[in-house]
Write a protein that binds this ligand. Structure first.
Ligand code: DQA
Length: 137
């Protein structure tokens, strides 16, 4: 199976950024471990700080891949356009968050994406991504 993890804005700074919320590990090293854990899968990774680039990537993979795991960062709470992109593609999308967004500021409680996703996983640290992969295997 072909699965891609798409990370949105500021997630390139994982391991450096707000470590009390997001932890000390950078995503590239975490992703290397994931590939070891799921050798039977074809796992891909993409990160962008740009809303349109995330939409372009969803269009690119969304008719051939078996799954998308999307942490759209703050765009989760603002982007009607990413929500529409998810609705427009064929590949199922799982929304993930590292932190439990429901324990945080009220503006993080709403997602413009969740309605068009098969499910949402949040609050398990980087393990949220692994749980999302399990939903596809
Ligand atoms: C996040 C939660 C968002 O509210 C925030 O803007 C992020 C990261 C998470 O993974 O916990 O950038 O998506």
């Amino acid at each position: 199976k072909k699965i891609i993890i798409i990370n949105g804005p500021n997630l390139n700074l994982l391991g450096v950024r707000e470590t009390s919320i997001y932890g000390n590990q950078d995503f590239i090293s975490y992703f290397e471990g994931l590939k070891g854990d799921f050798q039977e899968l074809e796992l891909h990774y993409y990160q962008s700080n740009h809303e349109g680039a995330i939409i372009d990537k969803l269009h690119e993979v969304g008719f051939s891949y078996d799954g998308v795991i999307l942490n759209a960062g703050a765009f989760t709470h603002t982007s009607v356009a990413i929500g529409d992109a998810i609705a427009g593609i064929k590949t199922p999308v799982v929304e993930v968050h590292i932190s439990n967004v429901h324990q945080r500021e009220t503006f993080r409680h709403h997602s413009y994406l969740a309605k068009n996703c098969v499910g949402v996983i949040c609050g398990f640290g980087l393990n949220s991504y692994k749980l999302a992969i399990h939903s596809f295997v």
